[in-house]
Design a protein around this ligand. Structure first.
Ligand code: FPP
Length: 258
């Protein structure tokens, strides 16, 4: 197990939780069984991140493209979400975790949206950690929605095209509410981003593991954090300037690094 220096933790960890289906199929079970075990892994990892003091954890729970999976799998994922939005209430409140969500949430069935909104409202006051669920989320879709908003402001005369910079766009991206991603983890052996947080993860360190998501637990998170702490983050600069560059970059001044 990797050693973690708690004084140098990433401020924002994002996870692509892949491999539930394969995990279940390897055990002769339906894919939905893997999703249920995947939800248990969510609890373990959330607890471990909170205990360590990571301020923001964002999980890719349902992509915009996942709507095209077989209807029974989509239904099972929505049911699982609904269940967990009730069963995990004490876990969130006891640990002072604020729940947030990004994505085209209006596409979720009403029962899921209502439970989500209730738990977000009931945990809004906490600042122990922000847990963001990406639901019906796609990074390109998020950027398209943001650009449409900016285009409407330009059309109405309240925004000058020449005034648009990185910060203008960033302000329209809900995924940037908790800042840029420092560490992006993907389980399940694939090495791709799958439309997850393209803006926020632009300078993220990437950690890919063959472990399937239901097998990923606290120890796997420590390994990923330990690997992260052995990286040198440069943000497009030369080594000596890296430390000086981190603070402004963390506040979103991406231009400095280009
Ligand atoms: C990808 O594995 C995983 C998903 C599409 C769903 C992720 C959902 C969970 C971990 C559980 C629900 C979460 C909450 C917050 C209650 P896959 O099915 O694509 O796996 P495969 O690549 O093996 O087919």
């Amino acid at each position: 197990m990797g050693l973690v220096d708690v004084s140098r933790l990433p401020q924002h960890v994002a996870i692509i939780m892949d491999g539930n289906g394969r995990w279940a199929q390897a055990r002769g079970q339906p894919r939905t069984f893997g999703h249920a075990r995947g939800a248990d892994a969510v609890r373990d990892v959330m607890r471990a991140a909170r205990r360590l003091g990571i301020p923001a954890l964002t999980l890719y729970a349902f992509s915009e493209q996942n709507w095209d999976r077989p209807q029974d799998e989509v239904d099972a994922l929505v049911d699982l979400l609904c269940e967990h939005l009730v069963s995990e209430r004490d876990e969130l409140t006891d640990n002072e975790i604020r729940l947030s969500a990004i994505g085209r949430l209006h596409k979720l069935p009403t029962r899921a949206r209502e439970r989500l909104q209730k738990l977000m409202a009931d945990t809004a006051q906490y600042d122990g950690m922000t847990l963001t669920l990406a639901l019906s989320y796609g990074g390109r879709e998020e950027m398209v929605d943001a650009m449409r908003t900016l285009a409407e402001r330009v059309a109405s005369g309240t925004l000058e095209p020449t005034a648009i910079d990185s910060a203008t766009l960033e302000n329209e991206l809900a995924s940037m509410n908790v800042g840029p991603v420092d560490l992006l983890i993907r389980t399940g052996g694939e090495q791709r981003m799958s439309n997850f947080l393209p803006w926020g993860a632009a300078y993220a360190e990437l950690h890919f593991t063959d472990e399937l998501w239901p097998d990923f637990g606290a120890n796997s998170l420590y390994d990923a954090l330990s690997a992260y702490q052995n990286r040198e983050r440069r943000f497009g600069l030369v080594p000596d300037d890296c430390e000086a560059a981190k603070a402004p970059l963390a506040r979103g001044s991406l231009e400095r690094a280009l």
